[in-house]
Design a protein. Structure first.
Length: 375
RNA sequence: GCGGAUGUAGUUUAACGGUAGAAUGUGAGCCUGUGGCGCUUGAGACGAGGGUUCGACUCCCUCCUUCCGCU
């Protein structure tokens, strides 16, 4: 059993569940720090465990360029290579099509990338992508998908949906083949990714086509690209109404506290985003009173911690003024401290959300957080 | 003391007898399946005084500053 629901909220569609992987189980909903190249930026794997991350997501495609999936395999897989005790997700590289510096083109057969280091052309097919993630031995793999941009025309987005389904089928077939000889408890999970922008009809088509292929879980992709909160949530709600109840749902790339809680209330289970770490490096910090910009001059002499209500390592030891100064100086430790706090904040938020769901107080909790993060 | 050079944002520097431009720093904002990159925007300067000129940061004079060299 890949996924079990253990508790359902009465007022909303929020739920508590268990995701079972070859590395172990994790309670949902949870948030994954992004560890693209086998580490979160400025936060090592032991710190990730310390601050409460039970799962993280890395990028299979980028890791296959360097150090190479064969090397990671020799270490016994990504989890052992980076010495992370939690669950390792890997992304397919589909998202890198949005990165003009390495993306060249794509067709029905696969995607052309430019190796950012050597400059050589790389051709990634869905089959190749599955082999990479299999070799890296992540616990959960993602399908290669075609992510359109928010500003793309509906025709373009429709084409992306079509391609995403074609690739998803090939991913699934090849993934099954690769795992045929493994015992059940050694199997890697595979998630399909829906596309379709903010168009209900395209999203419906995308989700239904993927469901027919029967994945271990379903990701909603292509958000956080410029659409409004309402546009996004309208689709999330719709996708959840199509995806079978007993499948875990992963809203990709979403890290804003408001958006996460809203999506949880619709029944989403898994999240990831570079937001906490990227924001941290740029001085935007999450607190129980909302977001603060610690580089602002008014914190120059502030002796208090980032968040008085936070019990993280950073808030117990350092002042706003000190962290602000370090960030301004571009001292790596400043980035480390800020990133640590933001990641801790999100892990703690998820913990509180789960407790609130169990106590039947989730809606109230969500509204409270929403008020502090009103923009 | 004499001779030479020098003086433009906090800093490093452009240009021009007719609106003084940039870089960096600084203030404010942006970043959602990560390129630690970056992007937008605000404030900020002609050493002082006099002269020539319709008009001077620009040409001339005096003073001052700083640097170099020489008694």
């Amino acid at each position: 059993m890949v996924f079990q629901i253990t508790y359902k909220d009465k007022k909303t569609n929020a739920r508590i569940g268990t995701l079972n992987t070859k590395k172990g189980s994790v309670e949902t909903p949870f948030f994954m720090p992004v560890a693209t190249k086998s580490t979160a930026k400025f936060i090592n794997s032991k710190k990730l465990e310390e601050l409460g991350a039970k799962a993280i997501i890395s990028n299979g495609f980028l890791l296959s360029i360097r150090p190479g999936s064969k090397i990671i395999k020799k270490f016994g897989g990504l989890g052992k290579f980076m010495n992370f005790n939690g669950i390792n997700f890997t992304d397919s590289g589909g998202f890198q099509m949005y990165s003009p510096s390495i993306y060249i083109s794509s067709n029905e057969k696969g995607v052309f990338f430019r190796n950012p280091i050597s400059g050589e052309k790389i051709f990634i097919t869905p089959e190749k992508d599955m082999e990479i993630q299999f070799e890296i031995q992540s616990d959960v793999a993602m399908c290669l998908d075609r992510m359109p941009l928010y500003e793309d025309s509906k025709t373009e987005i429709e084409k992306a949906v079509k391609l995403t389904t074609i690739w998803a089928r090939r991913c699934k077939e090849h993934h099954d083949k690769l795992q045929k000889n493994l015992t059940t408890n050694k199997k890697q999970l595979l998630f399909g990714i829906t596309q379709g922008g903010i168009y209900k009809d395209l999203r419906e088509k995308s989700a239904k086509e993927l469901i027919e292929l029967d994945f271990d879980g379903y990701s909603i992709g292509g958000f956080g690209m410029g659409e409004s909160f309402e546009e996004e949530m309208k689709i999330v709600k719709q996708q959840k109404s199509i995806i079978p109840e007993n499948k875990p749902v992963y809203l990709m790339g979403i890290g804003n506290p408001n958006e996460i809680l809203e999506a949880i209330s619709f029944g989403c289970d898994i999240f990831d985003s570079r937001m906490p770490t990227q924001n941290a490096r740029h001085g935007h910090l999450f607190t129980s009173k909302g977001k603060i910009k610690i580089l602002n001059k008014k914190y120059q002499l502030d002796k208090t911690p980032i968040d008085k209500n936070c019990s993280c390592f950073v808030c117990r030891n350092y002042s706003k003024a000190y962290i602000s100064f370090l960030l301004k100086q571009e001292e790596p430790v400043g980035k480390e401290l800020a990133s640590y706090h933001n990641l801790y904040y999100l892990q703690d938020l998820m913990k509180q959300a789960k407790e609130a769901i169990k106590k039947g107080k989730f809606e109230k909790f969500k509204e409270k957080v929403k008020r502090t993060y009103k923009e």
